[in-house]
Design a protein around this ligand. Structure first.
Ligand code: OVV
Length: 403
């Protein structure tokens, strides 16, 4: 399937990484990509791809050579109009990137999150008690993976209760829109303008509660750390990147634990492993599979020169399972040290919300570990296809209460 191009030694593939076949099970394609070489040409899209840890990591930390400001999807903002005003964080480079990043880092940093910890642990306990009371068989996607972030995160941002059902569809569209204009994008496009308008409305100062992340972003504008016209776009980043990602990260760790009963029992007997379990699941399951970068000049990677302005698809998921870097890449094991995984990215754009995600996971897994004895898959699971996210549509599970 992967052949050598005739004009040089650059391996090429006509496989579509965004096809339903690959989205259903990307692992074989990721292995082919890594084995083909450090850089591979994706002939369908005339873009480049990297699947090995070494090159993916190196490109992610080289923001000068691999920019984000031309967009981190397939669409090249040098020549194409973005579907929404670009994110001031995700789709920006220094120096413009830095002030919004500094503001959000402080608001979402470990120190700032301490005031949420008790509340989120209590919310997780309440949710798990309710789920256990609802019966032994659940679908863990809606019942836990969606329910928990939707219980705590929109409140923490400070948006009104009304319309929150738009958050997941908005994120699903946004993450699809980083890929090509395939059926996944086309089917959701009729709704995108309405969802986008709703999200934009939630970013106004007047609709946000006085004490949430949103209000803190506006307070940063009052201090002059960002400008008042930047504030709503920074709030939009929270609502864009903060919901679907954590839902599918939690689904990934729940699936991993349900399919690895030994690891589940290990977590029960050592609940302080909740954070390691989550990061190992982010490495192993990679809820965010890919992002693009754009070459800022003719740039050499291994023996290949990537021309200025070309898009490069970074396979975070493939790098996270590269046997050239990881001793047992395909094994989910709480004894692993997943640090250095690129499931949250790496470098100046590394997930600014990762502490929020970890706190959500720690709260939910701690509540589960204290209350649930066994957790197993009880029916056919179903993937949800998205051009960027590796997601579960359904995870039927049987939970038994701890005795
Ligand atoms: C990491 C990420 C994903 C999607 C949207 C954004 C960020 C944003 O900043 O809007």
């Amino acid at each position: 399937m992967i052949t050598l191009a005739t004009n040089d030694d650059l391996p090429a593939t006509d496989v579509d990484p965004f096809s339903h076949e690959v989205l259903e099970d990307p692992l074989p394609f990721h292995a082919e990509l890594r084995d083909a070489g450090p850089v591979v040409h994706l002939s369908r899209y005339d873009t480049y791809a990297m699947g090995r840890y070494e090159q993916v990591h190196a490109a992610l930390v080289d923001w000068q050579g691999f920019q984000s400001g031309a967009g981190v999807g397939l669409s090249n903002f040098r020549t194409e109009k973005p579907w929404r005003p670009p994110s001031l964080l995700l789709e920006a480079d220094p120096p413009g990137h830095d002030a919004p990043r500094r503001v959000l880092s402080a608001i979402l940093g470990p120190r700032a999150l301490r005031r949420l910890r008790e509340r989120w642990f209590a919310a997780a306990e309440t949710l798990v008690d309710a789920v256990l009371a609802s019966g032994p068989e659940i679908d863990a996607v809606p019942a836990l993976a969606e329910a928990f972030p939707l219980t705590v995160f929109p409140d923490a941002v400070g948006i009104p209760a009304e319309g929150r059902e738009n958050l997941l569809p908005y994120g699903d569209f946004l993450f699809n829109a980083f890929g090509p204009h395939n059926d996944l994008v086309a089917e959701a496009t009729p709704d995108a303008a309405r969802l986008g308008a709703w999200v934009n409305d939630q970013c106004a100062r007047a609709v946000l509660t006085a004490d949430g992340f949103g209000a803190q972003i506006w307070a940063a504008a009052d201090r002059g750390d960002i400008t008042p016209d930047q504030a709503p776009l920074v709030v939009r980043s929270l609502l864009s990147a903060g919901v679907d990602t954590t839902v599918h990260g939690l689904a990934a760790v729940l699936h991993a634990l349900a399919t690895h009963p030994d690891q589940w029992q290990r977590l029960r007997s050592a609940p302080h492993l909740a954070r390691v379990a989550f990061d190992e699941a982010v490495r192993w399951g990679a809820p965010v599979q890919t992002f693009f970068r754009t070459a800022t000049s003719d740039i050499r990677v291994a023996d290949t020169v990537i021309p200025d302005g070309k898009k490069i698809l970074m396979f975070l998921a493939a790098a996270n399972r590269d046997p050239r870097h990881w001793p047992e890449p395909d094994v989910f094991d709480l004894g692993h040290d997943p640090s250095g995984h690129v499931g949250f990215g790496m470098g100046i754009h590394q997930c600014v919300g990762q502490h929020v995600a970890r706190l959500e996971a720690e709260a939910l897994l701690t509540a589960l570990a204290a209350r649930v004895g066994t957790i197993e898959i009880s029916g056919p699971t179903r993937r949800h296809h998205n051009n960027t996210l590796r997601a579960w549509g359904s995870l039927p599970m049987r939970l038994t209460a701890a005795r």
